[in-house]
Design a binder for this molecule. Sequence first.
Ligand code: 0RA
Length: 641
Amino acid sequence: MAKKQVYDASSIQVLEGLEAVRRRPGMYIGSTSRKGLNHLIYEIVDNAVDEHLAGYCDHINVTLEKDGSCTVEDNGRGIPVGMHEKGVPAERLVYTTLHAGGKFDNDAYKTSGGLHGVGSSVVNALSTYLDVKVKRDGAIHHDHYARGVPDLDLVKGLLPVVGKTKETGTIVNFLPDPEIFEVTRFSATEVRSRLHETAYLNPGLTIHFADLRGDEPKENTYHEPEGIVGYVREMNKSSECLTEPIYFKGHDEGIQVEVALQYVNEFHENVLGYCNNIYNADGGTHLTGFKTAFTTVMNSYARTIGVLKDKDANFTGPDIRNGMTAVISVKHPDPRFEGQTKTKLDNPDASRVVAKIVSEEAPHYFDRNLDALKAVLSCAEKSAKIRKAEEKTRTNMLSKQKYSFDTNGKLANCISRDASKCEIFIVEGDSAGGSAKTARDRNYQAILPIRGKILNVEKASIDKVLANAEIKTMITSFGCGFSEGYGNDFDITKLRYDKIIIMADADVDGAHIGTLLLTLFYRYMPELISEGHVYIAMPPLYKVMPAKGEGEYLYDDKALERYRKKHKNSKFTLQRYKGLGEMDPEQLWETTLNPETRMLRRIEIGDARLSSDITEILMGTDVPPRKEFIYEHARDAELDV
Ligand code: 0RA
């Protein structure tokens, strides 16, 4: 029989801390949507990675269990289980104490890197249960928590021992609390992508992933001995590469710097920044230092070899980075971040040290690799040429089109000018477009039909993109302009519609159109996505009408299967919807346009590295991963009310 817990002052403090996490989870994990949910896994994995960085762990297993829980196992030293000076096993403090700075001042819990993460107690507070097994000192030590509160009796003040072992390591199994999270199904695609990224940033680590939730288990092993060079290679694997990956590293003022970069024959840059293995979505001082120094080095080469003449202006930073894929990874003993989201590195010394290392090391490489130097400068020349031509085209285009709202006469605009209430549907095909125009609520819903497939902007240069009629119409309809490497004229505050809704058939062609549009937005109007304005309409496949009671829409075959099972003994009629083009206006209204009954999926793209992956998944020629993406996200769709 369990003894009643006695709460002293310090355990009450603990409870208050965990209660604060449960009351305002967003403060600790960003959100309670699926993004926040996956974050729980990353918090636990990051602790195991820190044990790797301390030099003691080279394998991590991450398993999405059939019951919806997640297990993270590492072969490090095992979390210390000895009695802490506060009178409880050290392990209990790890899982119940919110420690802002992250560093334990007690010797029982100290690492050489001093990096051990702080998120364990947050994960614990937000889990229905969390179970810990620590393999240390020949024994397996067990602990267990319910919503953050330990519920195993200690044995003489220590954790119960449940077995013997010669191994060391930590096994954590936890189940996210449905009282906290809007969705409790982890996204395997996202978790895999993050684990793979972790493997690239930690070349000595092997991460094994298993998803046991489906009918057959799916497994992946990530081990990337090439490190960030391999990462850059991977990001460029479907592109025409113009150089080999270029790598340099160095350290100063206690900061370690690694840089990998490679040029491809495309008109954009993709430069990712990491600090202590954490991705910095908004960049920061490490990227500033890199960009400034690299631009200076390359402009100086351009003059030396005569690509730039005396009278010429320097290449701009974006010119120099035209076609560049790069990863800048720094290890900093005391990282500081700007703002709440912790996505922008703020330490001035990071900028200084990265710049110093780039100015020293880049010439080392380019002095010996003239072909690479010429390739880079030729990318910059192309960029400068287009930039200059574009500056003209853009002024012409935007001034000409400022007052002509619909260039092709195809937009059926809505009456209201209150952007917060307005929606624009981008509809594939003229026939669906026609029905949609009839069916819509013309007060708030605008319809823009587009024909066939728009340009693949991933592969096209900016002048071609802007010459495309469909794209021009979209840019002028939205009202915000567009942004690209050569300047940012995009102004989200001018957006005329709160929701931009892509409406395409639920088939391969529809998926392709959706992808092209998302790629366009992602490259040239990224704030539309990051601010949550882009949606995909999800027309149902079926409507079932029972003899008694209300009809119901079903969005895929699995849903139909479930419905059939549940209503085995009752009669119902089944209506199957064909493509959008075959629905009459009334059906289209009910299934796709009416805010009361329709289903929308909001496009959430967390950050650049994942989105490059998604673009890659969707644009690539491999059919299976593409299917998986659409499927997995479709299942997570939420009703828009
Ligand atoms: C501090 C000290 C020691 C191990 C750890 C932390 C540790 C923490 C985690 C979190 C997940 N896995 C982990 N593995 C290890 C070791 C202290 C010692 O052995 O002296």
